[in-house]
Design a protein around this ligand. Structure first.
Ligand SMILES: Nc1nc2c(ncn2[C@@H]2O[C@H](COP(=O)(O)OP(=O)(O)OP(=O)(O)O)[C@@H](O)[C@H]2O)c(=O)[nH]1
Length: 684
């Protein structure tokens, strides 16, 4: 059929909404027979020629009107042509539009170029058809015919405006993207100042290329608009030639990428990168204006436990809830960001920053104090907060963040759920810690670790039943360093596996030495949760036991509650392998954490050590300890009371018929020779 059209003459193809000739009735067709140019009526809906005069029959290479009417012109019609015809039909209906364009017809497969004037033609049944009046286009050179055809088919929107912005010509793609046929250029642009921008950029050079927001029937879109000055070939007046490409998808993708680069995907808050970029500017402004600011560094307390007990997805939900609360608890001008993990940050600006920091902390702590609903459970979370001040503590964001982070560590060390303001001694502590870490790395090779033993006593007979092996670091300068300092450090530095095996081997060697001398004690060794990750742990332990000929049942491994939380298979598998090897397992510090009685049955436990806080509590505060003792009896677990320091505490332990105890009442952890002296002095 109506074939890929070929180019229109720009000046005449503009829709003409005024003064359309009255539509001919069916009887008028005969009169049209008298004119010499080809005229035919095309049924747009049904894709058939309804009527054609003789010159038109010639153009269509048809033997008769009936033969032409019988042709299905829709059969080979491209989607582009069908779309344009539908567009024409709408324009005929809406504006009595008239178009004049260059078309190429393919009546019997042969191309015929024709300049065609199209107008609407109302059929007797009320539908809108199209009257086509042709003029031979023989005068056009083949290249110009092709050029015009390309113009008609391209998705690039090409339009010509006079210098006031009135439309002179639009190709079909441009027509498709305008809201009204007579829409002026300034009306097309969403941002009023863009028309001036366009003129300015044209004035400063030959052409202009801008990405602008334009109104289209599909809504506001981003167009890359390339413009240049030219002459209108018809009127000779100065004109603007615009070509536009829709770049909305690219713009949207760019915006998404920018958003992702600067925001935390989980909470939608600004991320660390945005903090660094924006705060640097903000602080510069503050510096210039003499104002003050605070970097408030917030780390949630024991967040890992939420992940471990409720799962990572619940942890995520909690982080989203915390982000919302922080936003609500701060002013709109305060910048709230998620730095990563469970770390958040707020930048406060104020003229009285010390006073405002206290207020802000109270608001934050109060808003987080109310339980958060996570998967139907009420979860409570507390923050440890560190604060550094601008300009008092530093003037650049990196240092302020580092100081606030240090202060936050101070808050953790002081017991969590509090705010600590940075001070300079924290920097010194950090440096001391860093150098201690460096020395810790060498301490094993240098033989600076030693193992001390604390007796485990029979409550009734007061004889020594066993010992807990406890590692000590004898630092050449600082003397004995507490395990509360170097154990977490070793875990952080990845040294805990080697240190753990060092203690295990020392304990095994000691057990066999003492057994050979007639003191067959059970020795217990602490296991760090991080050691469970070592897939060779049990094999290494088995090799050590073999090397010293140690009876495995004489060694007990102490694990903590936190190692057993969650549903992971690994702890169970390791503990079962340890049991299979013949060693026993004790649960240490029971009662201080979750005291989840369910896992007492789930894990292969033999001994339960009741934490010293229960033993040292006044009599009235011991009902939980009593319940634990009864339960252990029921589960046939061996019970050890830890931290027995006084005769009164020992008497309580004895009354509860707890079989074993440990504590300063008899002896603190002591070096092996001292322990041997205790052995000699105590009844067997
Ligand atoms: N659910 C969830 N967990 C995360 C995400 N990012 C980090 N984490 C976890 O957050 C925990 C952060 O723990 P830490 O701050 O080191 O320790 P904590 O348990 O909060 O203990 P303290 O900070 O010492 O009070 C780690 O277990 C991470 O695996 C996250 O996007 N979603």
């Amino acid at each position: 059929m109506l074939p890929p059209p070929s180019p229109p003459a720009p000046s005449s193809s503009q829709p003409n909404t005024a003064g359309a000739a009255p539509l001919p009735s069916a009887n008028d067709y005969a009169a049209l027979e008298l004119i010499s140019q080809p005229v035919w009526i095309f049924d747009i809906d049904r894709r058939h020629v309804l009527w054609a005069n003789s010159p038109a029959l010639q153009v269509w290479k048809a033997r008769s009107l009936e033969e032409l009417q019988a042709r299905d012109l829709g059969r080979d019609m491209s989607a582009t042509v069908a779309h344009r015809l539908a567009q024409y039909q709408r324009d005929f209906e809406a504006h009595n539009a008239i178009f004049a364009e260059q078309w190429t017809l393919y009546p019997v497969g042969e191309a015929v170029a024709l300049h065609v004037r199209f107008s609407g033609h109302r059929l007797a049944d009320g539908r809108m058809a199209m009257m086509c009046e042709g003029q031979p286009a023989g005068a056009h050179a083949p290249d110009s015919v092709r050029a015009v055809e390309a113009l008609l088919h391209t998705t690039l929107m090409i339009s010509l405006y006079d210098l006031e912005g009135h439309p002179l010509y639009r190709n079909p793609a441009a027509r498709d993207s305008t809201c009204r046929p007579d829409e002026c250029l300034p009306e097309r642009l969403v941002d009023a100042e863009d028309i001036q921008l366009l003129h300015d950029s044209l004035a400063s050079g030959g052409g202009s290329s801008l990405t602008l927001r334009v109104h289209t029937p599909q809504g506001v879109r981003w167009h890359e608009v390339t413009a240049r000055r030219c002459h209108d070939a018809v009127s000779g007046q100065d004109a603007l030639l615009l070509s536009e490409a829709d770049v909305t998808a690219i713009k949207d993708t760019e915006a998404q990428v920018r958003h992702l680069a600067l925001h935390d995907p989980l909470t939608g808050l600004p991320n660390r990168a945005q903090v660094m970029a924006r705060f640097a500017d903000a602080l510069r402004e503050l510096g210039a204006g003499g104002a003050e600011a605070a970097v408030v560094f917030i780390d949630l307390d024991n967040f890992k436990d939420i992940n471990d007990t409720l799962g990572h997805a619940a942890g995520d939900e909690l982080l989203v809830g915390v982000a919302r609360r922080l936003r609500d608890a701060t002013r709109t001008e305060d910048l709230v960001a998620r730095l990563g993990g469970d770390e958040f940050m707020v930048l406060l600006r104020s003229s009285d920053i010390r006073g405002d920091v206290d207020h802000a902390y109270r608001r934050i702590a109060t808003s987080l104090a109310a339980p958060l609903n996570v998967r139907g459970l009420e979860v409570r979370i507390t923050p440890s907060v560190g604060v550094s001040l601008f300009p008092e503590h530093a003037c650049d964001i990196e240092t302020l963040l580092r100081h606030a982070d240090l202060a936050m560590y101070g808050a953790k060390a002081e017991g969590r759920n509090r705010m600590v303001l940075y001070n300079e001694s924290m920097g010194m502590e950090l440096r001391a810690r860093t150098s201690l870490e460096a020395e810790l790395r060498l301490a094993l090779e240098r033989g600076e670790f030693e193992v001390h033993y604390q007796p485990r006593m029979a409550v009734r007979s007061r004889s020594i039943l066993g010992a807990e092996a406890l590692v000590r670091w004898r630092h050449p300068v600082h003397g004995l360093v507490g395990p509360d300092i170097f154990i977490p450090m070793s875990e952080r530095l990845g040294l805990i596996g080697r240190l753990g095996m060092f203690v295990f081997e020392a304990a095994v060697r000691q057990q066999t030495e003492w057994a050979a001398r007639g003191h067959d004690l059970q020795i217990s060794v602490n296991l760090s949760p991080l050691q469970l990750a070592d897939t060779h742990l049990v094999a290494r332990m088995a090799a050590v036991l073999r090397r010293y000929g140690c009876e495995p049942s004489r060694i007990e491994l102490e694990v903590t509650e936190s190692m057993l939380l969650g549903n992971e298979e690994r702890p169970i598998a390791v503990l079962k392998a340890i049991e299979a090897l013949g060693m026993s397992i004790a649960l240490d510090d029971f009662g201080t954490g979750y005291s989840n009685l369910a896992y007492l049955q789930r894990y292969p436990l033999h001994t339960l050590k009741i934490d010293k806080t229960f033993i040292q509590a006044p009599d009235v505060d011991r009902p939980l300890a009593e319940m634990i003792v009864s339960l252990c009896r029921l589960l046939k677990l061996n019970v050890v009371a830890e931290g027995v320091e006084t005769s009164e505490q020992l008497a309580w332990v004895a009354r509860r018929e707890i079989a074993e105890y440990q504590g300063y009442h008899f002896s603190p952890p002591v070096p092996a020779p001292h322990f041997e002296a205790l052995l000699e002095a105590t009844p067997a």
